[in-house]
Structure formats: C-alpha cells, structure tokens
Design a binder for this molecule. Structure first.
Ligand SMILES: CC(C)(COP(=O)(O)OP(=O)(O)OC[C@H]1O[C@@H](n2cnc3c(N)ncnc32)[C@H](O)[C@@H]1OP(=O)(O)O)[C@@H](O)C(=O)NCCC(=O)NCCS
Length: 284
C-alpha cells in the first residue's frame, strides 16, 4: 500500500492505524467510554429466572462469560490462553478483589427448568460498591444464544432496582469499549448517558475532520455528507473547547471521567504500594 492510499483510508476511532514498511497495521485502540444512569426502580420482565449473585458463581459463570466475550472487541487480539486467563481473572477480581465489595444487587440469569441449561448461569449483571453515592456495573454479559431477547435489559433493571432498595447509591456507572458496538448500542438503549470526556471529544473531532478531507480529496463528498460531517465537526469542536476551558479552570474531573469516577484508596490500602522487603526476580 502506498502512503497516499494509507492517508485515504477511512478513520476508525476504535482502531489505531499505522503505516509500517508499506503495510497498514491495525490494532485495537483502548478507548473506554464512561456512561452513567441514575439509580431508580425499573420495572422489568425477564425471559428466564434471575437471582442474586453468590460466592460460588465465580466458577459457575465462567462458561457463559467465555461464550459471551469470545468474539468481543476488547479480547480481539488475545490468544486463546490469554482469553482464558482474562476470563478467570475478571471473575476472580469481581468476587475476591481485595479493595472493593461485590454488591448483593448483582444479578445472575439462570437457564429455565426442563431445558439443557436448567439451573446454569446464562448471563449476569455484576455490580461493585465504589465511593459512597455511586456503584460500578463491573460486567454485563449474556450467552450469544440468548442475545436480543431482553435478558441484559432485565438483568440491569433488576440490579438497578435492587441497588435502589439497598439505598445509598445515586448513580450507576458503567464502562464500555468504544469499539464494542453492541455494548454501546445496549447502553444507550437502556438509558445510560455517555460522560463528557475531552479525549473522546478530540478523537471524534479528528474523525470528522479526517473524513471531510478524505472524501473531498477522493471526490466522494456529497452535499448531504458534507453537511453531516460539518455538523459533527462543529459539535465536537464545541465540546472539546468547552472541556479544555474546564481543564484550564482547574476542573479536570469534569473533563476526564477516569478522574471523576475513580475510587479513592482507603488509608489501609496504601500498604500495597510500599516497596517489597524481599527483592523481586528482576531486581537481582
Ligand atoms: C451487550 C449485551 C450484554 C446485550 O445483551 P442482550 O441480552 O442481547 O441485550 P438486550 O436484548 O437487552 O438488548 C436491548 C436493546 O439493546 C440494543 N442492542 C443490544 N444488542 C445489540 C446489538 N448487537 N446491536 C445493536 N443493538 C443492540 C438494541 O436496541 C436492543 O433492543 P432490540 O433487540 O429490541 O433492538 C450482549 O450483546 C453481550 O453479552 N455481549 C458480549 C459481552 C459484552 O460486550 N458486554 C458488555 C461489556 S461492557
């Protein structure tokens, strides 16, 4: 591929595109979108029974986690071994992470009695306690055979309702990968709103500018597309300017959701940051 051809490729915000030795190298770009929803009761109708998550679910959820995430963006560059390890670690982290609390509002969907899946988990919405006032939807997943039947919606609605009943939480925060289109569509459909994010606004602005230039130079820019992309460019320019002004005013948290929705370590957690007394392998 020539350099000119490379410059004329469509810009994909979720992918890093590099030109190395005449080749296009694409790798996933790790852009996480934070989305929030107020905690309030939500009526729901589930196609299968739901129950609160329990400690033994760490193992029981592995098959449905593997099936659900097998072809998902965030694991697309994993080897089979890495993926298996990530699946185990993600569930272990939720159930036994040393610095957070798995909330009883977490819900697991169970196969219907009389079917091959009877009693087995087929999906879950797993919620972690974070700061006072907000909780994190750490994971939501459904086995592919159950997709588009309202199961993730029922799981999240049940978790949201239980969180409301538990009290003390105003906001449920979730994070999804920009490249995970089904997750993005699901979050928006459920009612999650993306949080303001300067980095994301700059990325969308770059995409609009790139597409305008690319289509103009290749003679493919229709007047309809021109209007749409100019609207996109103006929208993201305005948002980037607004968020940059907040950063300059010392209000970084409002422009960076990683800062706004971070869990502050408790005093007794600081011990893990201390240098180990015994030298590690690489220090010897
Ligand atoms: C994202 C996920 C949890 C959705 O589960 P689900 O049970 O199929 O979702 P629901 O049936 O409740 O979907 C409700 C609505 O969300 C939207 N939606 C869900 N999946 C979608 C998809 N693949 N493409 C477009 N929109 C989608 C639709 O608006 C859908 O309503 P509709 O089916 O009437 O059009 C599921 O695809 C999944 O497990 N994915 C793999 C794991 C994952 O990526 N989890 C999220 C990590 S942050």
């Amino acid at each position: 591929m020539s350099l000119e051809e490379f410059h004329r490729l469509p810009f994909k915000p979720a992918w890093k595109q590099e030109y190395i030795n005449g080749c296009l190298i694409e790798s996933p770009r790790w852009v996480i979108v934070h989305a929030t929803i107020p905690v309030s009761p939500r009526p729901f109708k589930s196609p299968v029974p739901l129950r609160p998550a329990k400690a033994g679910d760490e193992q029981a959820l592995l098959p449905s986690f593997r099936a659900a995430f097998k072809d998902v963006f965030e694991f697309c560059d994993n080897t089979q071994k890495q993926f298996s390890q990530s699946a185990r670690q993600s569930l272990h982290h939720f159930f036994h992470g040393p610095f957070h609390l798995a909330l009883p509002a977490s819900r697991v969907a169970i196969g219907r009695p009389g079917t091959l899946e009877a009693g087995r988990p087929i999906g879950a919405a797993l919620v972690l306690a974070q700061e006072e006032g907000w909780a994190l939807l750490d994971m939501i997943f459904v086995k592919p055979t159950w997709h588009r039947r309202g199961l993730a919606t029922a799981l999240a609605a049940a978790a949201l309702t239980a969180l409301h009943e538990q009290g003390g939480y105003r906001t449920l925060v979730s994070r999804y990968h920009l490249g995970n289109e089904p997750s993005r569509a699901w979050h928006h459909n459920f009612g999650f709103a993306d949080e303001p994010d300067l980095r994301l606004a700059q990325l969308h602005l770059r995409a609009a500018i790139h597409e305008l230039r690319r289509l103009r130079e290749s003679g493919q820019l229709t007047s309809q597309e021109n209007r749409r992309l100019n609207r996109e460019r103006a929208r993201w320019q305005k948002e980037a300017d607004r968020l940059e002004a907040l950063v300059k005013a010392g209000r970084e948290d409002e422009a960076d959701p990683w800062r706004k929705w971070r869990r502050k370590p408790r005093d007794d957690e600081m011990i893990v940051l201390k240098k180990p007394a015994v030298p590690q392998q690489k220090d010897v």
